[in-house]
Write a protein that binds this ligand. Structure first.
Ligand SMILES: [Zn+2]
Length: 116
């Protein structure tokens, strides 16, 4: 049984027969994520990440963004690619290693954001 923890909720993930053209769906009320059993592993991962991003945006009160399929699709593909392209970042997140940082003098310019 795969479960996904988001905030304080534990979502159960199920493979299922889905209606035509539906490959994933989340039921917030019951904390269930349904994924089409016809998907191969990589699309399955992307669909699960897609559903997780819907949930994260819902949980954080970004309701309009949570319903924006284009935004979710862009975030999903970029987030998966970010983690795959940067295994050291993932190792750091998981507490497996601490990255070696290089120091460089910072020079403020017109684009520098200051706290206010
Ligand atoms: Zn979606």
């Amino acid at each position: 049984m795969l479960t996904i923890i988001i905030d304080t909720m534990i979502y159960q993930v199920f493979l299922s027969d889905m209606p035509k053209l539906t490959i994933g769906e989340t039921r917030l009320e019951t904390a269930e994520i349904y994924l089409s059993q016809t998907l191969s592993l990589d699309p399955l991962l992307h669909t699960l990440m897609h559903e997780c991003l819907h949930i994260i945006l819902e949980h954080t009160g970004h309701i309009k963004a949570a319903q924006d399929e284009g935004l979710i699709a862009a975030l999903t593909s970029q987030f998966v690619a970010l983690l795959r392209s940067n295994p050291l970042l993932l190792d750091w997140m998981l507490g497996k290693s601490i990255p070696a940082f290089e120091k460089k003098e910072f020079v403020a310019d017109d684009h520098t954001t200051t706290a206010s």
